[in-house]
Write a protein that binds this ligand. Sequence first.
Ligand SMILES: [Mg+2]
Length: 228
Amino acid sequence: MDGERAFLLDFDHTLFDTDRFFWVDVRAAFARFAIDAKVWEESYARVWPTGYSLEKHLDDLARAGQVEGSDVAAMERVLRESFADLRAYLFTDVEPFLKQVQAEKIPCFLLSFGDATWQTYKVNGARMADVFQEVFYTHREQGKVDVVEAFVGRFARLTVVDNDPRELDLIKARRPEVETFWITRVPGEAQDSSDPEIRERFREARNYASLPTRFPHHRCQTLDEVPL
Ligand SMILES: [Mg+2]
């Protein structure tokens, strides 16, 4: 047994405001160069399955003739400079929560879904890499349960915090003793808003907040509600 207790935390929409980062600010950075929103999204859809990066997205747009050759270097610079430091996209409760966890000497692991290169870019940009004992990236959707399973037996008490209840359901189904917190960062009034700007602001996170679940999970909106 490695210890009494450990946390396994998800990244996107749990620690990191991915919607504000990507769908608001990254989109706006590209829009500065007069790239049509629809063209930008179509390019995103093409690039995403190959393992996303801002550079790849820009290359794809340039290849499609959507960015003037003379603008490519300037765009690269804007993207690099605008998103060199992603700490501002961490939810405000993240730092205090992790400080407390560290003060209590509770091991904390990051369990993130997505392409490893793109996830690493965001995690490093948010200066989060050193905070965790170890960082896991699962490329397969709903593959977190396999990582969690390896922790059962190592720690007497395991707590998982995630915004995706499907991951939590699979964990609960296999390992009922794991504590599961379903975090929703979307304010209630934004959940069903028909305002296109608000919908875009919570574009991905909204979809998780109303999913049906097979198991009851602790519901929370902030990490302050997750007891140490
Ligand atoms: Mg997530």
